[in-house]
Design a protein around this ligand. Structure first.
Ligand SMILES: Cc1cc2nc3c(=O)[nH]c(=O)nc-3n(C[C@H](O)[C@H](O)[C@H](O)COP(=O)(O)OP(=O)(O)OC[C@H]3O[C@@H](n4cnc5c(N)ncnc54)[C@H](O)[C@@H]3O)c2cc1C
Length: 454
């Protein structure tokens, strides 16, 4: 059986790798830019005296990398062709994300802020599908690529995350100077990117009761706007931060600022998390694979008592067990793909590719990990481990443990581990929001995601 990814996808991964080697690595190596990735990275990236925001030079470097990627035709890969993209599918994006994250941190891909030379643009699909006018689509999609528009996603609130439909932010109709519009009051939290956002897609309850799927409306609030205040930036354990708490006090926007139908905004929020979560899951998976690979490498190199760490079953067993866990998110991705595929993509073909991806992972585990851990006796792997409930963050934790004192150095896995931990937490929560409606339509997926157990 052929476990390789299809030739066209593999060829594109090779093309991306060649591009990284030719254009991105030299930039990463120039002008001591490696300070943004090595042991100095937290300081290099964080403007401590400006609320912990990303330093200007860090964001400029990322921009330089994405401009190069755009010129080479990679950055907009997932966007429709009419916006300069390649109509890249969610499946290909997932494989690319895993591939990039498995390389470790770098200017090609940085999980801390989801920078990637193959960009993540959930808003493109949102505006394409829900834009209320052609002008709005042009303004926000093309404007987004040109850097004139940057939209933050304002769903989560201080007291409502997974239970987003219980949001307290309200918008009521108000006409000003003969223009129909909305008056917004409430608070949002973790509204990533507000320091550079031109707009905040603000989800507000406009009718119905707490918890109702209907009755939520998405309003594009310009930043700045009278009454919109960035109250504080939330310092995270992987700095810098660009995640503020934002308050809205009598903020007024015209009805033309509405994205999607009145009371039908939850589908828009779901579009965002639906696209994001499969990519974040794939990235977390790649980061976890990176951690495992690094730990296997270290276990083979490090020789306390004169023998490789990898000779010890106490080191072997957890690593071999961990190596089975990437199967689970791949299965999720397989199921997710059903509803995440872009219209017009050959679904049957995508399913074949995802199946091959899954099988490849299985194959790698079955045949590869025993040799990699250099052990003769390995417990039988399979459903017991693959079915175990453990997230990517847990993998990161365990692989870091293999490194002993080395994890206190500028340890390799820590970077990926932090990123994996952050993404794993966010991913799990977003899954819950997404399944608000979907448990009936996708019972298998809901069960795989743990919903059947709740
Ligand atoms: C780095 C970062 C960036 C973010 N960016 C944005 C953004 O740009 N825009 C935005 O709107 N939000 C953003 N978020 C918010 C994110 O979407 C929320 O953190 C997420 O929805 C979870 O909400 P919460 O943190 O309030 O967790 P809670 O809802 O309080 O849940 C706490 C924990 O309990 C679990 N849990 C909750 N309910 C159940 C249940 N019924 N059964 C079992 N377990 C449950 C959750 O999975 C979670 O682990 C960001 C968060 C982070 C960390």
């Amino acid at each position: 059986m052929d476990f390789a990814v299809p030739a066209d996808l593999q060829a594109y991964l090779d093309e991306l790798d060649a591009f990284i080697a030719a254009e991105i690595k030299p930039l990463e190596d120039a002008d001591d830019n490696i300070r943004f990735f090595d042991h100095r990275r937290e300081h290099a990236r964080t403007d401590w005296d400006n609320q912990g925001l990303p330093r200007h030079e860090w964001e400029q470097l990322l921009k330089q990398a994405t401009r190069k990627a755009d010129a080479a035709g990679h950055w907009r890969f997932s966007a429709p062709k009419k916006y300069g993209g390649k109509d890249g599918s969610n499946l290909w994006m997932a494989v690319i994300r895993e591939h990039f994250a498995a390389k470790g941190l770098g200017l090609h891909n940085d999980l801390q802020n989801e920078h990637s030379i193959v960009g993540n643009f959930p808003f493109v699909e949102m505006f394409e599908q829900f834009g209320t006018s052609e002008e709005q689509k042009q303004e926000f999609i093309l404007g987004g690529f040109e850097g004139k528009r940057r939209t933050a996603f304002g769903l989560t609130e201080p007291d409502h995350g997974s239970d987003a439909t219980h949001m307290e932010t309200r918008a009521v109709r108000e006409t000003r100077d003969g223009v129909e519009g909305w008056l917004i009051n409430g608070e949002k939290m973790w509204t990533t990117g507000m320091h550079v956002a031109t707009h905040c897609a603000t989800f507000c309850r406009t009718s119905g009761d707490d918890g109702d799927a209907k009755g939520i409306t998405c309003l594009l609030v310009p930043n700045p706007s009278p009454g919109l205040v960035i109250e504080e930036y939330l310092w995270t354990f992987n700095m810098p931060t660009d995640h503020p708490r934002v308050s809205f006090t009598d903020v007024w926007v015209p009805d033309s600022a509405r994205l999607g139908p009145v009371d039908g905004g939850l589908s828009i929020a779901q579009s965002f998390v639906h696209q994001n979560r499969i990519r974040q899951a794939a990235s977390s998976l790649g980061a976890a694979v990176y951690c495992i690979e690094e730990s296997v490498r270290y276990a083979r190199e490090r020789k306390p008592f004169g023998e490789a760490l990898a000779k010890n079953q106490a080191i072997q067993f957890p690593l071999v067990e961990l190596a089975t866990l990437p199967l689970r998110p791949r299965q999720i991705a397989h199921e997710e793909h059903d509803s995440a595929g872009r219209d017009g993509i050959d679904e049957a073909r995508e399913r074949d590719v995802l199946t091959a991806w899954l099988q490849r992972a299985h194959h790698q585990h079955q045949d590869g990990q025993q040799q990699r851990a250099e052990q003769a006796v390995v417990p039988p792997q399979g459903p017991r481990q693959a079915g175990r409930e453990r997230d990517q963050g847990g993998q990161a934790d365990q692989t870091v443990a293999v490194h002993g004192h080395d994890r206190r150095r500028n340890g390799h896995p820590d970077d990926a581990a932090h990123a994996a931990l952050q993404r794993a937490g966010k991913y799990g929560a977003e899954v819950r929001l997404e399944n608000h409606h979907d448990d009936q339509r996708h019972p298998v997926r809901a069960r795989q995601l743990g919903h059947g157990d709740e």
